[in-house]
Design a binder for this molecule. Structure first.
Ligand code: UDP
Ligand code: MG
Length: 325
């Protein structure tokens, strides 16, 4: 039977957080007065998270564990959860309790008043590091500007979606989608609730700088070709500057003044080279996206689902390394 609410939780090496999550999420979910399931998506954890999940599974009937074959990344893990969630509404929630589960009842109430999406908007990020705050501040504004989507500033991946919205997301063929911008772009009626973003309950962030940069690039290239036009503008500007320089050089030599020139030549050559590489890189980002799209390879593979069991006979709920332990 379909539960009314699915709560999708991506999990990557969260052994310390999971018991705390269960402790806080369960009373909230049990108190909803609605049928629910909690779909944890184990994104190829290499710590004891699978063991902890199996233990929780035994004492929490509404819990589901979906295990991916390998680490697919935060967005892909959420996508995997959305694809298997059965609820009439689906909430996506990080495992680390930075997004307080206590907000879920309010999200559900708002949705029942007749909207398809309820965004969780962070009112206060004082618990994030200054660098994270500054980069997030720039991230949301730049991408909003470039993409022209109505994405809420400071809305992350804590949100509630109706079945219609989830089906629409699942039907998208797009690879490397950044859900926080894709969902608003679908244009379903929405509302939002604000909440205070807490500190991570335990463990460390799974978002190194490289992953943050990848997310930013995916966000921009997923929505806008403005960077490609930026390359054109740079080229035009460079061309104009070159013409100016040429005119200057011609006039100077006509007046018989030798040009003092080594440094300026080298700087110009290096500058032009850098701009060319930058533009090539920008182009490469889009070509890479098209490549991934043409390959049409799934971004994740499910190995096990506690609802339906292992996908192949060799797939066990626990990965080999933790079975030995
Ligand atoms: N996560 C995941 N796969 C990854 C990285 C992270 O499923 O490759 C999960 C992680 O377990 C957490 C959520 O995504 O539930 C957000 O990650 P994290 O809290 O580390 O990010 P931050 O809040 O620092 O941006
Ligand atoms: Mg976090």
């Amino acid at each position: 039977m379909r539960p009314e609410l699915s709560i999708v939780v991506p999990v990557y090496n969260e052994e310390d957080v999971l018991p705390l999550l269960a402790q806080r999420l369960r009373p909230v979910a049990d108190g909803l007065g609605a049928t629910y399931e909690v779909v944890t998506v184990d994104d190829g954890s290499t710590d004891s998270s699978p063991v902890v999940l199996q233990r929780l599974l035994r004492e929490w009937p509404e819990l589901r564990v979906v295990r991916l074959r390998a680490n697919a990344g935060h967005q892909a893990a959420i996508s995997a959860g959305l694809a298997t969630a059965r609820g009439a509404y689906v909430v996506t929630l990080d495992a680390d309790l930075q997004d307080p589960p206590e907000v879920i009842p309010e999200m559900l109430a708002r949705a029942r008043q007749g909207v398809d999406v309820v965004y969780g908007v962070r009112s206060d990020r004082s618990t994030d590091s200054p660098f994270k705050r500054a980069s997030a501040w720039a991230f949301y504004r730049v991408i909003r500007l470039l993409s022209g989507t109505g994405a809420q500033v400071d809305a992350g991946d804590y949100r509630l979606m109706s079945r219609a919205t989830v089906d629409a997301v699942n039907a998208l063929p797009e690879h490397h989608r950044v859900l926080r911008f894709v969902v608003p772009a679908l244009g379903f009626p929405s509302d939002s609730v604000t909440y205070r973003r807490d500190e991570r309950a335990a463990g460390r962030s799974k978002y190194p700088l490289a992953a943050m940069i990848r997310l930013s690039l995916d966000s921009v290239t997923g929505f806008s070709t403005a960077p490609l036009r930026f390359a054109t503008w740079l080229g035009l500007l460079g061309g104009a500057a070159a013409f100016g320089l040429l005119a200057y050089a011609l006039i100077a030599s006509a007046l018989g003044q030798a040009l003092p020139g080594w440094t300026s030549t080298v700087v110009a050559v290096a500058g032009v080279g850098a701009v060319q590489l930058l533009c090539l890189g920008i182009l490469g980002e889009y070509v890479g996206r098209m490549y991934a799209h043409l390959q049409a390879r799934p971004t994740y593979f499910v190995a096990y689902d506690s609802l339906t069991g292992p996908v192949t006979a060799a797939d066990e709920p626990l990965p080999a390394e933790s079975r030995q332990a």
